[in-house]
Ligand binder design. Structure first.
Ligand code: ATP
Ligand code: MG
Length: 641
């Protein structure tokens, strides 16, 4: 059924050929300690580790490289000064194409990071302290992360779109006494009142926040509280600021999951294992070559931004592009303008952005010169084969391989992905396990399923980039990931493995529908709907059905300019029937202007499920919903469906 898209031929500089993948993967399973201690040489250690993994999943207790010491800021900045001082480290593209951008070398990055680190120290921050970052998507956000790492402080980045209430909760949860923010942010020409939100959040808190460091960005008039709030320029200095020596297992950051399936979890990543995972996955998955411009469009408020805007590229002495804006401002061609302007070679974005841009037609893409592109990537949700092909053919002109990278906040970096010159691609499949990863599919009783099979996706062995705990709540860590199938890390995702050993994420296990005894992933029905030329996006959930047990409820958004009608509804039912089979025929079709998404762009099916069930009283944690007003219009639509 699946069409295979051939990988491009390897070149002399390709990092991983098919034979190399097979050999390295085997070696990583046979001798994980030997393999990872060798890979650990990608990092510069103050004390080279001699210990590899020490772990148990029952209960979870995970360590890697526990006798190693290092500093990730040193790895991302200082150690490059000799060899890459003049290499471009970061490129900044502002929200408005008319505003000035900036690019800076590793030498300049060093100076900036030291200044922020000194400002943090001047506020009294030091090793082990939690520092909350609430920043726009500007270079200073990256400086601030690295500055925390430099002094051994633990950063907790809160996406700049969160409300004062969510912000307050996240500051309190990690008992953070220091905050780094800006006067305002900019997104699609709209101003985001970051400092005012900080003030509102701090008003709600009893906990003493002692220092707020403020960057001037838009120049807006803001309130500064004497003794607590400081302009960055008043505290910055170029004094010597050596990197703090930290243990591999000292925490690097706390970060919240997207909240697609429930209340977000504040997961903790440590320095050595995470740093190595970021470095290794960036190197192999993107086959990064010196001098290339890499652009990951994720915000630093998400793990994708942590690993593939900041740490992965910079540890590899790469050039990383930071984009402040949004895909549709000033028009739907903005992404492609940025690629054209900065000659981006590798572009990494989310299916939600791809579907939104595809909906607007090809003209926005074909009118820009994208010839610099060599490789494309996606992350965040299953990508519908239809969107994959558009990305491949229209954006990549059929020449750029696509890496569909499956991973989670908790995994630190890529877990399942094709490698661009080692594996052929199957649109809709993430591909093969990364080095050291042992995926396992199990049935609901935890029995291992072998060969081609579909089940619940677990990982049986620890890997260096694995989260170590949920901050302040190790029991929740245990409960959420290791209690469903004792002894295994349970991802929460459903997955199919085909006869070639390729993995297909079928959606969240909680979202699996059971229609007349047939289990069905939501991704498959959604992909069938999106294949229809008039459909832009679809989200599918189950709802109670007298005869079938569960019925199939489909929320559908249409392409720009398309009108909803009874005929189209009937046509879509037939369409899914033909694509998948009569068992998948939608029972309910609900046209909507939009789908509820997390602020990181994922469809929140648990809310759609509640609405489909006519159960509006308990929608659960909605703090990470991007557009809460959509919920009312969906409820109204439900009543008319
Ligand atoms: P929460 O854990 O709070 O419910 P979340 O799982 O959405 O939120 P993230 O860590 O941002 O938080 O997302 C990880 C999830 O995203 C994965 O478990 C998977 O469901 C989905 N995902 C990520 N990349 C892919 C991909 N390439 N293909 C399919 N699904 C993906
Ligand atoms: Mg999750």
């Amino acid at each position: 059924m699946a069409q295979i898209v051939q990988r491009p031929a390897a070149t002399p500089t390709t990092h991983c050929t098919p034979d190399q993948y097979d050999a390295l993967y085997q070696q990583s399973l046979d001798d994980p300690d030997g393999f990872w201690l060798e890979q650990a040489k990608r990092l510069d250690w103050f004390d080279q580790p001699t210990k590899g993994a020490e772990w148990s999943f029952a209960p979870p207790d995970i360590k890697w490289f526990s006798d190693g010491t290092l500093n990730l800021c040193h790895n991302a900045v200082d150690r490059h000064l000799g060899t890459h001082g003049d290499t471009t480290a970061l490129i900044f593209e502002p929200d408005s194409p008319d505003a000035p951008g900036r690019s800076l070398t590793y030498s300049e990055l060093y100076g900036e990071v030291v200044r922020v680190a000194n400002a943090l120290k001047a506020m009294g921050a030091g090793k082990g302290d939690r520092v909350t970052l609430y920043m726009p998507m500007v270079l200073e956000g990256v400086f601030a992360m690295l500055a925390c790492a430099r002094i051994g402080a633990i950063h907790s980045v809160v996406f700049g779109g969160f409300s004062p209430e969510s912000l307050a909760g996240r500051i309190e949860a990690c008992d953070s006494k220091f905050i780094i923010t800006a006067d305002e942010g900019l997104r699609g020409s709209k101003r985001v009142p970051l400092k005012a939100n900080i003030d509102a959040a701090l008003d709600q808190l009893d906990a003493p926040v002692t220092g707020v460091l403020v960057f001037k960005h838009t120049g807006a008039d803001i309130t500064m509280t004497e003794g607590r709030d400081h302009w960055f320029t008043d505290l910055a200095s170029d004094d010597d600021c050596p990197c703090e020596v930290v243990n591999a297992e000292d925490p690097l950051f706390i970060l919240y999951t997207s909240g697609s399936t429930g209340k977000p979890k504040g997961v903790v990543h440590t320095t050595g294992g995470y740093g190595l995972w970021a470095a290794t996955t960036f190197h192999y998955t993107f086959d990064y070559q010196p001098g290339e411009v890499f652009w990951c469009s994720a915000d630093i408020g998400w793990v994708t931004g942590h690993t593939y805007v900041t740490y992965g590229p910079l540890i590899n002495a790469g050039t990383s592009l930071v984009f402040e804006g949004v895909p549709n401002y000033p028009d739907h061609g903005r992404f492609w303008d940025v690629i054209d302007k900065h000659q981006v070679n590798i572009f990494y974005t989310a299916p939600t952005a791809i579907r939104a841009l595809m909906r607007e037609g090809d003209e926005y893409v074909t009118s820009r010169d994208l010839s610099s592109l060599r490789l494309l990537g996606t992350v965040g949700e299953p990508i519908n084969p239809e969107a994959w092909r558009w990305y491949h053919n229209v954006v990549g002109k059929g020449a750029s391989p696509i890496v569909d990278t499956w991973w989670q906040t908790e995994t630190g970096g890529h877990m399942i992905t094709t490698l661009p010159y080692a594996h052929d691609m199957k649109p809709g499949s993430a591909g093969k396990p990364f080095f050291g990863i042992r995926p396992q599919l199990v049935d609901n009783d935890g029995n291992e399923l072998s060969g081609a099979a579909e089940g619940n996706l677990c990982i049986t062995d620890s890997w260096p980039g694995q989260a170590r705990t949920v901050y302040g709540d190790h029991d929740r860590f245990h409960e959420a990931y290791f209690s469903t199938y004792p002894g295994k890390y349970f991802t929460g995702d459903g997955c199919r493995r085909d006869e070639d050993g390729y993995y297909w994420i079928t959606g969240r296990v909680d979202d699996v529908i059971n229609v007349s005894g047939h289990r069905m992933g939501t991704a498959e029905v959604e992909s069938a709907l999106v294949l229809h030329p008039k459909v832009s996006e679809a989200a599918v959930v189950g709802f109670p059905h007298d005869i079938k047990g569960q019925g199939i409820y489909c929320y559908v958004t249409l392409n720009a300019g398309e009108e909803q009608s009874d005929e189209l509804q009937a046509e879509l039912r037939q369409w899914v029937r033909k694509e998948i089979g009569p068992i998948a025929t939608p029972d309910m079709l609900h046209f909507t202007e939009g789908l509820p998404k997390t602020r990181s762009g994922k469809i929140m099916r648990r809310i759609l499920r509640k609405i489909a069930e006519n159960d509006y009283g308990s929608l659960g944690d909605t703090s990470t919903l991007a557009d809460p007003s959509l919920v009312d219009s969906l409820i109204e639509g439900r009543q008319n469906t």
